[in-house]
Design a binder for this molecule. Structure first.
Ligand SMILES: [Zn+2]
Ligand SMILES: [Zn+2]
Length: 345
């Protein structure tokens, strides 16, 4: 089969590989019908994910059809359309039992697909712990509607959930990239009084105005004053930092009111400064980290009910055979790209 493979630093290539086979009784083999490219794939390509293993098939955002299951798989059957979770988790360890699946203690726990084991920018993928890693897609939900459930939408849902948004809150989301927009969609489900999105690129602010006219959009330069003018207690009640660029962590805590929750889902390339003397008395609560992606069933149900729609994020479509061109566009942010759907031939 064809599989986009991490060869070495700065080099991915489409190569022929053996179709994956079941290795454990909890595995499933999924025929990938649609995948996408994530910024994390670029991080692997550029060498900033040291645990990524050369030779693995990349890609961790995908949907497909179950082709084969191991003896112990109970929740899906061959022929089922499924979303695939970016995280591998056993379901039985201390962290899994508490819903902290990102820290599953299994050797393959956490982000393994398309990083430490073969992923889904290929014709087929082997999914370990299939009962945890796969969710059946309702018949009325299309592949494009379900494409982001296992990764960026799970992240947005988790970020909104742990931020404890209340109806009277002003919520600030920093960054209107794919994860920021997924976070926005999930924050909107909580019906806070106001949502402000801070985004530096004009093209993405226009995207926000077009698709989500009730959401307030501002630039990083005007953000502090803008939040002050649109909140009642000297800053945002909840801040979600989904940008991860040089000054956005500082912006996040500066825009928060005293006693606010600041949730950091961004992945930084450098260490950040937490200036405790300067923020003494502000009494902020910081929540940080990588998604605990265990709400995919609930997310699919919200999509089925028409409450979440991420299809406007799909700006480009390519077949798997043209994935190199898709990467070129995504990596260089050409042609207004937000997300790309990569289809089976
Ligand atoms: Zn990703
Ligand atoms: Zn576990």
């Amino acid at each position: 089969m064809k599989a986009l493979t991490y060869i070495e630093h700065d080099k991915f290539a489409m190569i022929d590989k053996q179709k994956p086979t079941l290795q454990n009784p909890q595995d499933a083999i999924v025929r990938v019908t649609m995948s996408s490219i994530c910024t994390s794939d670029l991080h692997i390509k550029h060498g900033s994910v040291p645990r990524a293993v050369p030779g693995i098939t990349v890609g961790h955002e995908m949907v497909g059809i179950v082709e084969q299951i191991g003896d112990e798989v109970m929740s899906v059957c061959p022929g089922d359309r499924v979303t695939v979770n970016v995280e591998t988790f056993c379901g039985g360890c201390f962290f899994c039992k508490h819903g902290y699946v990102n820290n599953c203690t299994d050797p393959n726990g956490g982000w393994a697909l398309g990083c430490r084991i073969d992923g889904g920018q290929a014709e087929y993928v082997r999914v370990p712990f299939a009962d945890q890693g796969l969710n059946r897609i309702p018949d009325s939900v299309t592949d494009e509607q379900a494409l982001f459930v296992g990764d960026i939408l799970a992240t947005g849902f988790w970020a909104a959930r742990i931020s404890e948004i209340q109806p009277e809150d002003t919520v600030l989301i920093i960054g209107a990239g794919p994860t920021g927009i997924c976070t926005l969609l999930c924050a909107m489900l909580q019906n806070p009084k106001a949502i402000i999105v801070c985004e530096k690129e004009e093209e993405r602010r226009l995207f926000l105005r077009k698709h989500y006219p009730k959401v307030l959009a501002c630039t990083p330069e005007e953000c502090e004053a803008y939040v002050l003018a649109h909140s009642e207690h000297g800053g945002a009640d909840v801040v979600i930092e989904a940008a991860g660029t040089k000054d956005t962590f500082e912006l996040a805590w500066k825009c928060a009111r005293p006693n606010a929750i600041v949730t950091v889902v961004a992945l930084y390339e450098e260490a950040q400064i937490l200036p405790l003397p300067q923020m003494y008395g502000k009494n902020l609560t910081f929540k940080t980290g990588g998604v605990d992606g265990c709400d995919c069933g609930e997310i699919l149900s919200l999509i089925e009910q028409g409450k979440i729609d991420t299809t406007p994020l799909i700006t480009h479509r390519f077949p798997l055979s043209e994935i190199n061109e898709a990467y070129r566009i995504f990596e260089n942010r050409l042609d207004g790209v937000i997300k790309i759907a990569v289809t089976a031939e």
